[in-house]
Write a protein that binds this ligand. Sequence first.
Ligand SMILES: [Zn+2]
Length: 449
Amino acid sequence: MCFGLSKAFSTILLILLIALATPGVLAEGDLDENEEVVTEETEDEDEDVADIDDSLPRQTTSTQPTFSRAYGNAEDIQDKPHKIAPNIDLKEVAPAQTSKSFFTEPENPEQPQDIQPEPRTPELKPETTPPNSITLLDTEVLPGTSTRIGWSPGLQISGLSSPTPVLVVNGIKSGPTLCLVAAIHGDELNGIEIVRRVLYDLDPTELSGKVIGVPIVNLQGFQQGNRYLPDRRDLNRHFPGKADGHVAERFAHALFSQVIRHCDMLVDIHTGSLRRTNLPQLRADMNNPKVATFTGGFDRIAVVHSTGTRGMLRTAALAMGITAVTMEAGESLRIQQHQIKAGVNSLHSLMEKQGMISRLFTWGDPEPIYYDSYWIRAEYGGILSSKITLGAQVIKGQVLGVVTDPITNAQYPIKAKGIGRIIGMAVDQVVMSGFAAYHIGTEAEVPAE
Ligand SMILES: [Zn+2]
């Protein structure tokens, strides 16, 4: 009996030892040592900060943007009641029309008609349709119609893969193709709502051009409230991706080659990260004349010059000739009505400016263009308590917040280094030394080199 107990104890001990040893073995064997992986200990600087830190300065020798941002008086954004999905066929994810499908819908012989988008303009003659038709993900979307298509990066077990929706509104009249992309970081929610409001407000029988919306790019991250991909990488560091690369590169390649390449213009919608919040703003390479002109179409939203970071969707798209900006609005893991309204309003104005819709849009007072901006970091670890609010104008030496050491009671003020406006900031939280706490934008241009 005594022997029996001892044997049982040994067995339990052995199981415990194996359980303790296993994660370490998996972690090491999992990836090449040269591949960078985001972990809690060695996290990459997120693009909200790196985007600014890595940016090349504004070229003062180049000509100023050729648009005027003075558009008249501000008017409150009107909220209209919305019907449920009035303009997009949500009956079923549209099936692929060729054998090169990304996903296979189960056959439904009883309702074969239900999954076909129906033309909303009966007078449309078949022989006149081809010029404005768009074929996306093997699905043809006729002019004057809108539909929902499923997209999957095709990296999971095919039978378990759940496609993420791609909403397509193909206008009856010709025009540019605008793409709206959100939740590349799965915990950034405001953009999802911005895409929904914009897409469902469009009438394909009145639209000129095409609008493609991908509300939730990183579906798995979204479902888990997680910024990163399942392989713990930041998707917005790996565009345009590689067909034979690691998980994030393949994911990026699939999105880029199957959806993004159809765009003439792209707005990639994000929020602040790691418990930071951003004033509604565009991140745009103002050294690029096409981009600079493009930003003039966004009503009442600040523009922050940034040449971008390698691997971001915005920079990869721009390299492909797609006019692209990043929109930042608010903070992650929250739905913020004010930020969402600002984003929707500026996208309406953009479509009007591009001649895609005609609603006699009333322009507000222009927001500044911040040709220069910088992050101020906490010099000490502790509990951050801010003394200013987002959007505040600050002067040199002004105390923006105080970091308090909860153990020693030492207090360390964080001060502004010059005149500017708080265009992004950390919410009150525990910070470590080096944490980017306040993003200050200045309208003054960078002096010539
Ligand atoms: Zn983001």
